[in-house]
Ligand binder design. Structure first.
Ligand code: G3P
Length: 218
């Protein structure tokens, strides 16, 4: 399973890369706005920092505008993936970009029907938002199970990129279901490492050795 970081914060990205666990990045307009920096230069800086795929989202909502912005994003770096909203206009643009060999990530997916359409349009990734479904009392992980099953039934090559992840169990359940990618905030990635028994175990190992009064090389 691939891990992407869901952030536009360069220091978070550097941290994640240093841990050796980050395969790519997803951004969205909210995350970029949070940085208080210009849009395209921020996406370019991320794409230059990260060797793996970097999703940058279009801001236009009409097909012509989306196509133009998609080309401008794709020109930023060879690892760019173009994030397109799941609308009629959006999926028509996905079809065109796919024909041109440009990778796409269809975002704001909240239903199996939408995911089926995105795969038929040729999307490279589909981004179902599990946390936002949970927030309104629906089962985010149930959607992931359905999409994985549907894509498997028809051998679609679209990768399931689980988004809007809020906690470690979203990641574990996505992995159990066979989702290809989880995009997560740095704080969730950090939580994946943690277990109290690891901390206690390490503390005890070191305390026991200290009691011998000997050093590492004695
Ligand atoms: O990038 C899309 C998605 O991961 C956003 O998550 O936390 O705003 O629902 P969230």
């Amino acid at each position: 399973m691939k891990f992407f970081l869901d952030t536009a914060d360069l220091s978070e990205i550097e941290q994640g890369l240093a841990w050796g666990m980050v395969d790519g990045i997803t951004t969205n307009p909210t995350l970029i706005a949070r940085q208080g920096k210009p849009y395209l230069p921020t996406v370019r800086a991320i794409a230059q920092l990260v060797p793996g795929p970097v999703s940058g989202e279009v801001l236009a909502t009409d097909s012509e505008g989306m196509l133009d912005e998609a080309h401008r994003l794709a020109d930023l770096a060879p690892n760019m993936v173009i994030k397109i909203p799941l609308t009629i206009a959006g999926l028509s643009v996905v079809g065109k970009l796919t024909e041109e060999g440009i990778k796409t990530n269809v975002t704001l997916c909240f239903s199996s029907a939408q995911a089926l359409l995105a795969a038929k349009a040729g999307a490279s990734y589909i981004s179902p938002f599990v946390g936002r479904l949970d927030d309104i009392g629906e089962e985010g992980m149930g959607l992931i199970a359905n999409i994985v099953q549907i894509y498997d039934n028809y051998d679609f090559s679209t990768e399931v990129l689980v988004a809007s992840i809020r906690h470690p169990m979203h990641v574990v359940e996505s992995a159990l279901l066979g989702a290809h990618v989880a995009t997560l905030p740095l704080k969730v990635l950090k939580k994946l490492y943690r277990h109290p028994l690891t901390d206690i175990g390490l503390e005890n190992f070191l305390a026991d050795w200290r009691k011998t009064g000997k050093s590492f090389s004695d």
